[in-house]
Design a protein. Sequence first.
Length: 225
Amino acid sequence: MSLSTIENAPRIAVLLGASGATGQKLLPLLLNDLGYSKIITLSRRETGISHGKLENRVVDFDDLAAGFKGLKVDDCYCTFGTTIKIAGSEAAMTRIDHGFVLDFAEAGLAAGARRFAYLSAANADARSSVFYARLKGQTEDALKALGFADLAIFRPSMIIAERTDRRWAESMLFPLLPLVDKMMVGSFAKYRSIPVESLAKAIAAFGGQQGSGSKTLYWQDILTT
């Protein structure tokens, strides 16, 4: 349980991506954070989770701003994303991983949010020739331009988690991760795998880090948060 020290009234946070591997681990941590009086999830369907502090708002992702109707929020968390296989095309993935994320962030700002946590990727680079890395990097740059008082960008590499949509490459690589991780040293350490529980814990810690400004966290930063 987080013991965030809050000087003012308990805050309200909004989470996009609660049904994903990381979001599923993050949501309980946010609900247990004494610094929050309410956690709101935006999703396409009901989460099926019942908690006194939880409000699940079912929304049309083409109108994410509607999910903030009547809200005055403080913090936004985004663990939302897809894969090219699920999206079906680069254009569709761009709409999901970039467009929806920016729509969520802009709606959060309009509802009063001053702080934003975003789950990105270790290889994010707006100038990369690799589509996925370039998309994540462009999304990061767009979020930075919005002017949140605090912006935490989490850049894990391989996330160790049980997934129903696990990619075949992940299934083949997972048994080899202990050996591969040992080979990732120096500047390559940021590409080491990380348990989803550790990642969620680091993201949840953002709730107690008011005034932290803009920061990017890699493998080592995430594990020591």
